[in-house]
Design a protein around this ligand. Structure first.
Ligand code: IPM
Ligand code: MN
Length: 356
């Protein structure tokens, strides 16, 4: 059986970390009855450079006709420093999320024992940290009406949510809570925002069907604090688009390196898998970026989209072995470190040994 994977390297370190993930996937493909077939497509700044469009039609077609999408990173400082830019790489990502109906972004946060010493938090706070954030991805302030007045003196962004948009991701989050420690925390700002009050109402209603799941509610400012002071209290966090964007970057620091966290964006049909880290342009092309989040994203993909739970576990084990053996990039250990491709080679080789 063949599975078609759309490979969207994107910008910055995207291409180099993607190369390592493909290396690992190639080993899996070689050893399993499921074969992977890759179709590369442009997205982000690199797509603007070549096609004048951050999410070109050809990329749309490739995504639509694939079984899963593997995505690197998007963004280029050239656009960040130009607030008047007409087209931005990030527009490609947002359009892609909308176009593919990827309404839920699932971001697991877990500490690795071997990384605890690199976390900025105290050891005792890091014990048993294992939670997952369900971030709504195609609504809210990212997609509401926005604009700037003709004289340039006033700008606005509107946060809008429909009940149905809240319901569909809430059901996914509740179902996940049932499979985990049966605790769900809704993060909102219901003391100020109408949309947050709608979120609470919907979640309260849905919770009636999930009597085994303990639900609590936190205002986002308070949640930002608790994620740092008591991260082990969380199991499933459910939140809207922008709050989810912010608290998942915050949460990623807990693990010791932003370069470790994979994520899945799921929805109506096809799913997309990407590391949480951005394009990190400062180190692009230097072969020093951490490929682990990208490799773990590909692991998430084969389980979630192709039902290859056994192989996913093998990749996770191989990454753990690399960590335990100190086969890591500079972001993790700046004394003894390896290059991006060396870490990828080591993990691919380990997968090869483990899969026999
Ligand atoms: C993310 C990123 C994106 C977002 C940007 C690049 C538009 O920060 O995936 O978290 O804000 O959603
Ligand atoms: Mn983000």
């Amino acid at each position: 059986m063949t599975k078609n994977i759309a490979v969207l390297e994107g910008d910055g370190i995207g291409p180099e970390v993607m190369k390592e993930a493909i290396k690992v996937l190639d080993i899996i493909s070689k050893k399993s009855r499921i074969k992977f077939n890759y179709s590369k497509a442009l997205v982000g700044a690199s797509a603007i450079n070549e096609k004048g469009n951050p999410f070109p039609d050809n990329t749309k077609d490739i995504c639509k006709s694939s079984d899963a999408i593997l995505f690197g990173a998007i963004g280029d400082p050239k656009y960040d420093n130009d607030p008047k830019a007409k087209i931005r790489p990030e527009d490609g990502l947002l359009e892609m999320r909308k176009f593919l109906g990827l309404f839920a972004n699932i971001r697991p946060v877990k500490t690795y024992n071997s990384l605890i010493e690199y976390s900025p938090l105290k050891n005792k706070i890091l014990k048993n940290v294992d939670f997952v954030v369900f971030r709504e991805l195609t609504g809210g302030i990212y997609f509401g009406e926005k604009g700037i007045s003709d004289d340039g003196n006033k700008a606005y962004d509107t946060c809008v949510y429909k009940k149905s948009e809240i319901e569909r991701i809430s059901v996914l989050a509740f179902n996940e809570a049932l499979k985990r420690n049966k605790k769900l925390t809704l993060v909102d700002k219901a003391n100020v925002l109408s949309t947050s009050r709608l979120w609470r109402q919907v979640v309260q209603n849905i919770s009636k069907n999930y009597s085994d799941v303990k639900v609590d509610y936190l205002f986002v400012d308070n949640a930002a604090m608790k994620i740092i002071s008591n991260p082990s209290d969380f199991d499933v966090i459910l939140t809207e688009n922008m709050f989810g964007d912010i608290i998942t970057d915050e949460a990623s620091v807990i693990t010791g390196s932003l370069g470790m966290l994979p994520s899945a964006s799921v929805g109506k049909d096809i799913s997309l898998f990407e590391p949480i880290h951005g394009s990190y342009p400062q180190v692009a092309g230097k072969n020093i970026a951490n490929p682990m989040a990208m490799i773990l994203s590909s692991a998430m993909m084969i389980n979630y989209s192709f039902n290859m739970g056994f192989e996913e576990k093998i990749i996770i084990d191989a990454v753990n072995d690399a960590l335990n053996n100190g086969i890591v990039t500079e972001d993790i250990n700046d004394n003894t470190f390896y290059k991006t491709n060396e870490v990828g080679d080591w993990i691919a080789n380990r997968v090869d040994q483990l899969i026999k």
